[in-house]
Ligand binder design. Structure first.
Ligand code: PGA
Length: 255
């Protein structure tokens, strides 16, 4: 099958409230997807819903978890392993989301999770982004550190399997200071690519899929693709209504 040109990921977070609402939402999305679309659609649902949501195989939708532990098994109350994620029918996993990092998840931990996910054959969707912007631009140093620690010591050949999402925390709907602009996304994706190129080489970085996340909505989705230096989007609150999410998916360029 030909590789899709764009990627739109739904991060449902701790939503919807019930399994039946989750089934309704995913069915609604699937019904509205266009055949032969060049956009890959990934729904990252609460992990307890995944085994049921993934029963009906769909060519149009892929499934992802929102977190996992790096160990294979053991005394980690409340955690799930990469093998469990695979067993749930998911093929993707969001790692290092700022809402996980806010609960004391460090970049070193995210790094271990990336390695474990890759070993299990999952595609990690790794989130990177600064919490705030200070006038002295110290956030650039903090972000650089975050990128270096998160992506350290990964097997070069596996880098192209990772999806990197630039998600400024200050632009996420629930913590929003202001929306980010596509131009800011471009600047920061260039910045992150440069750091990764210094670590792994230009050629490797050219094969990585970059997304933008943070308050994406039907009105600005296309402009992030056209002007934001990314080939896809990570969508939070706007993915919780099938109609709105479909507007975002269907706004991707059709070429
Ligand atoms: P948002 O969330 O689209 O609601 O800002 C995005 C995210 O946190 O992944």
């Amino acid at each position: 099958m030909q590789k899709k040109k764009y990627t739109v990921v739904a991060n449902w977070k701790m939503n919807p409230e019930t399994l039946s609402k989750a089934q309704e939402l995913s069915k609604g999305v699937e019904k509205g997807l266009k055949k032969n679309s060049n956009t890959k659609v990934i729904l990252c649902a609460p992990s307890v819903f995944l085994p049921i949501l993934t029963v009906k195989k769909s060519k149009m939708i892929s499934w992802g978890a929102q977190n996992m532990h790096w160990e294979k098994q053991g005394p980690y109350t409340g955690e799930i392993s990469s093998k469990m994620v695979v067993g749930s029918g998911a093929t993707y996993v969001i790692l290092g989301h700022s809402e996980r990092r806010a609960l004391s998840e460090t970049s070193d931990m995210v790094n271990k999770k990336i390695l474990a996910a890759l070993k299990s054959g999952l595609t990690p969707i790794v989130c990177i982004g600064e919490r705030e912007r200070d006038p002295q631009s110290n956030y650039l140093t903090t972000l650089k550190q975050q990128v270096i620690e998160t992506f350290q010591k990964l097997p070069k050949a596996s880098l192209k399997k990772i999806i990197v999402t630039y998600e400024p925390v200050w632009a996420i709907s629930s913590h929003q200071v202001r929306p980010a602009t596509p131009e800011e996304s471009t600047e920061m994706v260039i910045f992150i690519k440069k750091i990764l190129a210094d670590m792994y080489g230009q050629q490797i970085v050219a094969g990585i899929n970059f997304l933008y996340g943070g308050s994406v909505n039907p009105e600005d989705a296309l402009s992030f693709i056209v002007h934001g230096n990314v080939s896809g989007l990570l969508v939070g609150h706007a993915s919780l209504k099938a109609k709105t999410f479909l507007q975002i998916i269907n706004s991707m360029p059709q070429n």
